[in-house]
Design a protein around this ligand. Structure first.
Ligand SMILES: C[C@@](CO)(OP(=O)(O)O)[C@H](O)COP(=O)(O)OP(=O)(O)OC[C@H]1O[C@@H](n2ccc(N)nc2=O)[C@H](O)[C@@H]1O
Length: 374
C-alpha cells in the first residue's frame, strides 16, 4: 500500500451549497468535515503521504488542525489536483473529493485490490433511472455513474491533466490520454454532498458538538485632529478622530481580534496589513464583515460579544446603545448578546492625558449547527 499517496480535494467554494458554511468546514462533532474524512482514509489504508488541497486563505488555518501536507487549491478541481500531484512521489495516487465524505471501506478495498490491473481503477454505479440523451431514451444498461476515490498511475494522470482540456474526474482524463480504465462496483454510501438536502441521505454524518470558543481582543489608537471619529461603526461627535491606516475604529478592531482569537485565526494585522493600500481609510465595518464571512465559512458562528471602551474623552454615554445595536446587527445577534461598556482612566496615563483610546473585547463563537438545516 505504501506505494500509494492519497489526495483529498477540499478547496471548493461550495457555490451550490447555499449555507454560510463551506461543505468542507461542516463540523463532525468537534472537527471539520475535511479532517473527519482524512482520518477515515488514514485509518483505512497505509498511504505514503496524505495531501489535502485547501483554499489559499484557509491553508494556514487548516495546518492548525493537523500535520498533513496542505497545498493551495486552484481555480478549478483540475488545477487543484495538479497542484497536489506535484507533491506526489509514489507510483500510484488515490484521489477523493471531500464532498464524497462517507468512506465505504468495502468499496475502497475493491478499488485498492485491483491496483496495477489498469491505469485507473474507478468505482461506478449502474443507472437505476431511465436515461435520456438529447431528448431520446437510451439503454441505461450501458450507463455507469462514476464516483471517487479513484486510483490512478500518478505519472500518467499528471500528463493527462497537463493538457489544455478540462476533465471532471481522473478516469476521463486517463481515458482521453489512451490509458486503460477499470470500473469496479461503487457504493450508494459514496454519495456526493452537493446541496444541503443531500445531508439527510449521508448516514455517516454526525451533528456538530455543542462547543463554544472564547477570544479576547484589544486595540489602542491615538487621537488625530481633523478626522471624523467612528466607534463601533457609529459616528461620534468629537473634535478628533483616530490616527490609523483605516478609519481607526478601535472598538471594531478590538472586536475583530476577539473574534479571530476565538476562531484561532490569528490577528487583525495578519488579515488586513496596515501597509496594504487597500485598507487605507477603510470602513472597519467592512473589515468586520469580511472576518465574519471567513469565520462562518469555516464552520463557526458568533454567539456573544462584550466590549469595554477605555476613554477619558469623549463622553460615550449616549453612544453605548447605538454602538450595541450596530454591532449586534453586524454580528447577526440579538442586542441582548452584545454588551458595550465605557470607563475613564481616572485621568491617569496616556488615556487620562486624553491622548487616545483603548478598547478590550471578548467574543464567543459556537459551531454552526448544520444538522438543524436537514
Ligand atoms: C486596521 C489596520 C488595517 O488598516 O490598521 P489600522 O487602521 O488600525 O492602522 C490593521 O489591521 C491594524 O492591525 P494592528 O494589529 O492593530 O496593527 P499593529 O498593532 O501595528 O500590528 C500589525 C501587525 O504587526 C504584528 N506585530 C505587532 C506588534 C509586535 N510587537 N509585533 C508584531 O509582529 C501584529 O501581529 C499585527 O499583525
Amino acid at each position: 500500500m505504501n506505494r500509494i499517496s492519497l489526495i483529498l480535494l477540499a478547496a471548493g467554494s461550495s457555490t451550490r451549497f447555499a449555507l454560510p458554511v463551506k461543505k468542507q468546514w461542516l463540523y463532525q462533532g468537534e472537527i471539520p468535515l475535511w479532517l473527519h474524512v482524512a482520518r477515515a482514509f488514514e485509518a483505512a489504508g497505509d498511504f505514503r503521504d496524505i495531501i489535502i488541497t485547501g483554499h489559499p486563505d484557509e491553508l494556514e488555518y487548516m495546518r492548525q488542525f493537523a500535520d498533513y501536507t496542505f497545498v493551495p487549491g486552484g481555480a478549478s478541481r483540475q488545477a487543484s489536483l495538479l497542484n497536489a500531484l506535484n507533491q506526489v512521489q509514489s507510483e500510484w495516487v488515490l484521489v477523493n473529493d471531500i464532498a464524497r465524505c462517507c468512506l465505504d471501506r468495502e468499496m475502497l478495498r475493491r478499488v485498492l485490490s485491483r491496483c496495477g490491473e489498469a491505469d485507473c481503477i474507478v468505482p461506478a454505479l449502474p443507472a437505476v433511472d431511465t436515461v435520456y440523451e438529447e431528448g431520446r431514451p437510451i439503454d441505461r444498461e450501458k450507463i455507469r455513474l462514476i464516483q471517487t476515490p479513484q486510483l490512478s498511475r500518478a505519472a500518467l494522470l499528471r500528463d493527462a491533466l497537463s493538457r489544455d482540456q478540462e476533465f471532471t474526474d481522473e478516469s476521463s482524463a486517463i481515458h482521453a490520454a489512451g490509458g486503460k480504465v477499470l470500473l469496479v462496483e461503487g457504493s450508494a454510501k459514496a454519495r456526493k454532498l452537493t446541496h444541503p438536502q443531500d445531508l439527510k441521505h449521508l448516514e455517516c454524518l454526525i451533528p456538530p458538538a455543542a462547543q463554544t470558543f472564547t477570544g479576547f481582543g484589544m486595540d489602542i489608537h491615538a487621537f488625530e485632529p481633523g478626522k471624523p471619529m467612528v466607534l463601533g461603526g457609529v459616528s461620534v461627535d468629537a473634535p478628533v478622530g483616530f490616527k490609523a491606516h483605516s478609519d481607526g475604529d478601535v472598538a471594531i478592531h478590538a472586536l475583530i481580534d476577539a473574534l479571530l482569537g476565538a476562531a484561532g485565526m490569528g490577528d487583525i494585522g495578519e488579515h488586513f496589513p496596515d501597509t496594504d493600500p487597500r485598507w487605507a481609510g477603510a470602513d472597519s465595518t467592512r473589515l468586520l464583515q469580511t472576518v465574519l464571512e471567513r469565520i462562518q465559512g469555516c464552520g463557526l458562528t458568533p454567539l456573544h460579544a462584550d466590549l469595554t471602551i477605555i476613554a477619558q474623552v469623549p463622553r460615550l454615554g449616549p453612544y453605548k446603545e447605538p454602538i450595541r445595536r450596530k454591532l449586534a446587527r453586524l454580528l447577526g445577534l440579538s442586542p441582548a448578546r452584545v454588551n458595550v461598556k465605557a470607563t475613564t482612566a481616572e485621568k491617569m496615563g496616556f488615556i487620562g492625558r486624553e491622548e487616545g483610546v483603548a478598547v478590550q473585547a471578548v467574543a464567543t463563537l459556537g459551531i454552526y449547527d448544520w444538522s438543524r438545516k436537514v
